[in-house]
Design a protein around this ligand. Structure first.
Ligand code: SF4
Length: 276
C-alpha cells in the first residue's frame, strides 16, 4: 500500500481532466479530480509501464473516491488498478489511502485453491506414495480396548455387530461411516452387480464355490474371489456380482461335437495298421 500526499490546490491547478468528463457520478469532486495524484500512486506501486489509461471514478463515500486505471502488466489481462483517494472535511488536501490491483469479470484468474489433502484421488496412490490419515478422519474410529462399555457387545444388534470387529492390536478400525462408504464404493464399482462382467454372468458370486467369505460386518455383503481365471481373483466381490468363471457355469454349446461311431461290417476293404 502506498500513501502519497499532495496539496489539493496544486493538484486542482495541474489536473488536465475536466470534472465534467469524469465518470464519477456523485463522487466527491475534489477527490475525483485528483487523477494525476492517483496515477502517480499507481506508478509508484507498479511502475510506469504497468499503468494504462484512466477508466473512471467510483464514489466510495462523502469524501472518498476510487480511481480506476487499466492494468497493462503482462499476465494481468482484465485487471485494473484501484487507487482510493480521500480528504478530510473542510480541506481540499487529497491523499491516497490504498493502491491495489483488482480483477474484472474478464480477468484471467488462478483456479480456486484446493487443499493438498483433497487433491489426491483414488488411483493417484502409487508405489512410494505416503498419504497420512487425519487423526479425526470420520471414516475411522478407535479400536476396541476392553475398557469401553461392553453393553453394546452384549447386545450388538443385527446390523452393527461390534464383536465381529473388536480391533484388537490395531489403534483404529473402520467406523460405521468408513464401512458404509467402502460398501457403497465397492458395490457401485467393477465388483458390483452393474458392471458389464456381472450383467453377463451366468450366476452371482453368492452361489459361487470360488467365493471366500470374509469376517466383519461387510462379510454380510462381500467376499473375496479365489478363481485364478477370473479378473476378480484376489479382489473383493459383492454377493450380487458375478463373472463367467462361476463354479456352476454350464458348459457353453455342450463341448466339442463328436459324430457317432460307424462300423463297416459289409465291405472287404483291407485295412492296414502300422504299429508305432
Ligand atoms: S469366479 Fe466369478 S462368480 Fe465366482 S466368485 Fe469369482 S467373480 Fe464371483
Amino acid at each position: 500500500m502506498t500513501t502519497l500526499e499532495t496539496n489539493a490546490e496544486t493538484e486542482l491547478e495541474s489536473t488536465t481532466l475536466e470534472l465534467s468528463t469524469l465518470e464519477h457520478g456523485s463522487a466527491d469532486p475534489i477527490c475525483a479530480a485528483a487523477v494525476d495524484l492517483a496515477r502517480a500512486a499507481a506508478i509508484a506501486e507498479a511502475g510506469d509501464s504497468a499503468v494504462g489509461e484512466h477508466l473512471g471514478v467510483i464514489p466510495e463515500g462523502e469524501t472518498v473516491a476510487t480511481h480506476l486505471f487499466d492494468c497493462t502488466m503482462a499476465g494481468y489481462v482484465g485487471w485494473q488498478w484501484q487507487v482510493s483517494t480521500t480528504r478530510a472535511h473542510g480541506t481540499q488536501r487529497v491523499t491516497v489511502s490504498e493502491v491495489s490491483p483488482a480483477p474484472t469479470t474478464s480477468a484471467l484468474l488462478a483456479p480456486e485453491w484446493v487443499p493438498w489433502t483433497e487433491r489426491i484421488k483414488p488411483g493417484d496412490l502409487s508405489s512410494g506414495t505416503v498419504v497420512p490419515t487425519a487423526d479425526d478422519d470420520p471414516r475411522l474410529q478407535p479400536g476396541w480396548s476392553g475398557a469401553d462399555d461392553l453393553a453394546a457387545e452384549l447386545d450388538p444388534g443385527p446390523l452393527q455387530p461390534v464383536c465381529w470387529e473388536p480391533g484388537l492390536g490395531r489403534k483404529r478400525v473402520p467406523s460405521p461411516l468408513g464401512r458404509t462408504e467402502a460398501a457403497i464404493r465397492w458395490h457401485r464399482g467393477e465388483a458390483g452387480p452393474n458392471s458389464a462382467m456381472a450383467r453377463s454372468a451366468p450366476a452371482d458370486c453368492a452361489s459361487c464355490g470360488w467365493m471366500l467369505t470374509i469376517g466383519g460386518p461387510l462379510g454380510q455383503m462381500f467376499g473375496v474371489c479365489s478363481n485364478a481365471l477370473s479378473p476378480s481373483d484376489g479382489h473383493v466381490v459383492a454377493f450380487d456380482h458375478g463373472c463367467g468363471g462361476h463354479s456352476d457355469a454350464p458348459p457353453v454349446g455342450g463341448g466339442v461335437s463328436v459324430v457317432d461311431v460307424v462300423m463297416d461290417e459289409v465291405s472287404n476293404a483291407n485295412l492296414e495298421y502300422e504299429a508305432e
